[in-house]
Design a protein around this ligand. Structure first.
Ligand SMILES: Cc1ncc(COP(=O)(O)O)c(C=O)c1O
Length: 421
């Protein structure tokens, strides 16, 4: 086994007792591979973020809903959020109790709200109109409300979820309306939550928004918790030694805010954070195989089986993922080349990595896309009628376990069964 370029996975012993070429032959590609030890270490880094006793890490499951990963995350003492009835359903199957789930949906139907109410799951209303619907469906019940603190952060305009240019949360100027609906339907407002956006690498905006939410919380005497949201970034540029988020500073700033709040108000609210990416991104590597090399005009293309149906982040947000290269014969040259790595989807925008300078790639090489554990598999699709990949876990003993099978051609027919002769 000759690794051509594998600094991160070697440093972390990512593949345990196996290796990427063996995994690619055993399970096929594309293949999502997750490392349990890394996943657990990220959970622990957050559960120990502050020492406040009523502190909860609410994993934002939209980042990755694989049942086995959900179970591991629960075993680390985390609770979970859900964005839809589907996520809620999976979380219950993974063993989370209704009390451990917060439904943070937006613009949903009465059926979806009813599903959560019947399951005994607390719902956070994302608008005044949804709060009224919840009141009609669950008079006298408990509810939370998502606030837009007027502050946003994130790696791309598509994921900034606080501030003036987003559909999310209730503008605090509607506090009187909130109060009047709570009163009209005898609803008990037990929680306030917010989420300002995804992937911040410095803590200032998060702390500013947290400070806002704590002061806003004083409007509602019945509150039991505030949830500051997620967005905790990870270093996607590992090859260029990008620094990780400074959790120590973030933790101590949060701690100060909370201590201050308790001192001033005498209230010991439960404090939640709601990260997704930070917990699962770095525990995932996506393996794919190079099937063709081509020079078109000035560009050298490495054509792989990792289309944007498998990992959409680069095509959708222009996101960067570092790439590793694995080969089972020794490198015959040490030349570095500029290459554009593409997938097998019939669209010009199907680009995984543009103009990267990497050791020269050969046909049949296996490549590893780093930090693919968050917003990878969950955003995959059957576009072009391609099959969604399998998922494998490298457990704490270093052994590989299949935790989701690859789609089959028959899966493409499942919803048409009634129409078949
Ligand atoms: C309401 C809410 N909470 C938490 C998250 C998690 O964000 P991240 O994965 O960046 O931590 C999101 C993601 O968009 C979200 O919409």
């Amino acid at each position: 086994m000759n690794y051509i370029h594998n600094i991160w996975t070697e440093k972390t012993n990512f593949f345990g007792n196996t290796d990427p070429l063996a995994l690619a032959s055993k399970y096929g590609t594309p293949l999502y591979v997750y490392n349990e030890s890394i996943l657990r270490s990220r959970c622990k880094a957050l559960t120990s973020l502050i020492s406040y006793p009523a502190f909860k890490v609410n994993y934002s499951a939209k980042a990755n809903t694989n049942l086995s990963l959900l179970r591991i995350i629960r075993s680390e003492g985390l609770t979970v959020d859900a964005m839809s009835a589907g996520e809620l359903f999976l979380e219950l199957k993974a063993g989370f109790t209704p009390e451990e789930i917060l439904l943070v949906c937006n613009n949903v139907s009465d059926e979806e709200l009813r599903f959560a109410i019947d399951a005994g799951v607390l719902i956070s209303a994302d608008s005044v109109s949804q709060l009224r619907r919840i009141g009609q469906l669950n008079r006298g019940g408990k509810v939370a409300v998502r606030i837009n603190p007027g502050i946003g952060a994130g790696h791309h305009e598509k994921v900034i979820t606080g501030g003036q240019k987003t559909k999310f949360g209730v503008d605090p100027q509607f506090t009187a309306e909130l109060k009047s609906i709570l009163k009209e339907f005898n609803l008990h407002l037990t929680g306030l939550n917010q989420h300002i956006g995804s992937l911040f690498m410095t803590p200032e905006s998060y702390i500013e928004a947290a400070s806002f939410l704590l002061s806003y919380a004083q409007n509602f005497p019945e509150l039991q918790f505030v949830d500051f949201g997620g967005g905790f970034g990870i270093p996607y540029h590992k090859d260029s030694q990008e620094k990780p988020l400074d959790l120590k500073t973030l933790g101590s700033e949060l701690q100060k805010l909370i201590d201050d709040f308790v001192r001033k108000t005498g209230k010991k609210l439960t404090i939640k954070i709601e990260p997704g990416r930070f917990i699962v991104a770095e525990c995932g590597v996506l393996l794919g195989r190079v099937h063709a090399l081509k020079q078109n005009a000035q560009t050298l293309y490495a054509g792989t089986d990792i289309g944007f149906n498998v990992l959409i982040r680069p095509a959708f947000y222009g996101s960067h993922h570092d790439i590793e290269i694995y080969r089972d014969v020794p490198a015959t040259d040490s030349e570095m080349q500029k290459v554009t790595i593409v997938g097998n989807i019939c669209e010009t925008g199907d680009i995984l990595a543009k103009d990267r300078t990497l050791p020269s790639i050969k046909e049949n090489d296996v490549i590893g896309v780093l930090d693919a554990g968050a917003y990878g598999m969950v955003m995959s699709s059957n576009y072009n009628c391609r099959l969604r990949p399998a998922e494998v876990l490298i457990d704490q003993s270093g052994n590989d376990i299949l935790i989701r099978r690859r789609d089959t051609l028959e899966d493409l027919l499942i919803q048409f069964q009634d129409l078949l002769p």
